[in-house]
Design a binder for this molecule. Structure first.
Ligand code: SF4
Length: 359
């Protein structure tokens, strides 16, 4: 996706055409709901050059994703956003939401999203009513009220983009691309309008050489976000091929399809029908079964858990997931990082050591 526009270009173009921008923090929300109001959701995962301006305002044990998001706000990097959306993914993001809502005026509306920590019909009904409440809030802010047909069209557009992302993930490791290039393409879903992502993703699938087998040792990559991107170069350099993704920013948002005639029920079913995710509080047994099935389908030999330091949702699941995978003969490695810092040589050495045991 060489010609993919940058975030800055996409934001400028959307604003030029009369649209609004929402800065959305991790992990789950409905893109379609925002797009139906001509609001482009642009996600902020706290990495990159956000600096450390947020550190002074948060407890030292707050994760680097939330510190990065606050830094981005404090340094004016989110100035194009006319509203913030804060899913209650974890205590840290809930804390950030409260900071914005109750303590520091961020200068724009803040929309929290409360996610059910459960699955099944009651959870879907709760999520649908939460999305309806957000619809009312967006209607109040924009003065427009998209019809159910408008919402369904917006959902269809996102489904198309999701199916292209799913095809990319299915071929991960067999597309002849460096890991960094693969993730740049997959993660452009975080800011490209769905129709642009779908077109660019289809182009990438048509034009990239496909290998019969992955070039390196097939691994599963799990965690929240593969940042800083040097970690992907380190995996490539060590001879690993990421063939299965379980990142919150990517594979865990390989959402389900739904044909519900109620757009709010449809959006809710899609989000809650996605792969089991620690940040949605899904049972560890379901997480493990999902990882085992991914590992078996892609002939994974090792799983790398690339975790953000102080990320409680992930930490709670890690011991059982590692044990379950090891019992199935899959080696595991857990790395803990601050995404605002470059990965250390020690991390590269640990990855090399893991792969040597599989040679
Ligand atoms: S890294 Fe973990 S603790 Fe930090 S925002 Fe994401 S889910 Fe929350």
């Amino acid at each position: 996706m060489d010609s993919t526009p940058t975030r800055t270009q996409v934001i400028a173009e959307h604003k030029r055409s009369g649209g609004r921008i929402a800065a959305v923090f991790p992990v789950h929300y409905s893109r379609a709901l925002f797009r139906a109001f001509n609001i482009l959701p642009v996600e902020v995962w706290g990495g990159g050059r956000t600096g450390n301006a947020g550190d002074a305002h948060l407890q030292a044990y707050t994760c680097s994703v939330v510190r990065g998001v606050l830094s981005a706000h404090l340094t004016g990097m989110l100035r194009d956003a006319e509203l913030y959306c804060v899913p209650h993914t974890c205590d840290s993001l809930q804390g950030l939401g409260s900071l914005f809502l109750d303590l520091v005026d961020p200068g724009r509306p803040v929309i929290p999203i409360y996610l059910p920590r459960d699955e099944g019909p009651a959870a879907v009904a709760f999520m649908a009513s939460e999305l309806r409440a957000i619809y009312d809030r967006l209607a109040e802010l924009t003065g427009s009220r998209p019809s159910d047909a408008d919402l369904q069209r917006a959902i269809d557009r996102e489904c198309e983009a999701d199916s292209v992302l799913a095809a990319m993930l299915e071929l991960q490791g067999r597309l002849a691309l460096p890991a960094r290039a693969f993730y740049a393409a997959a993660r452009s879903r975080e800011y490209l309008p769905a129709e642009q992502f779908a077109a660019a993703g289809r182009r990438l699938l048509e034009t990239t050489v496909r290998r019969e087998e992955p070039a390196g040792v097939p691994i599963l990559l799990s965690g929240i976000v593969p940042e800083p991107e040097e970690i992907l170069d380190q995996l490539d350099a060590a001879g690993a091929s990421i063939v299965a993704d379980d990142m919150a920013c990517c594979g865990r948002r390989n959402y389900a399809m739904s044909t519900n005639s109620d757009p709010f029920g449809r959006m809710a079913e899609q989000i809650l029908g996605g792969p089991p995710d620690s940040t949605r509080g899904v049972a560890v047994e379901r997480r493990l079964a999902h990882l085992l099935s991914l590992a078996s389908a892609r002939r994974v030999r090792a799983a790398v858990f690339y975790e953000v330091k102080f990320c409680e949702p992930e930490a709670f699941y890690l011991p059982q997931l590692r044990r379950g995978l090891e019992e199935a003969g899959i080696k595991t490695l857990a790395l803990e990082v601050d995404i605002s810092e470059r990965p250390s040589h020690q991390i590269a050495t640990r990855i090399e050591a893991l792969l040597e045991t599989l040679a």
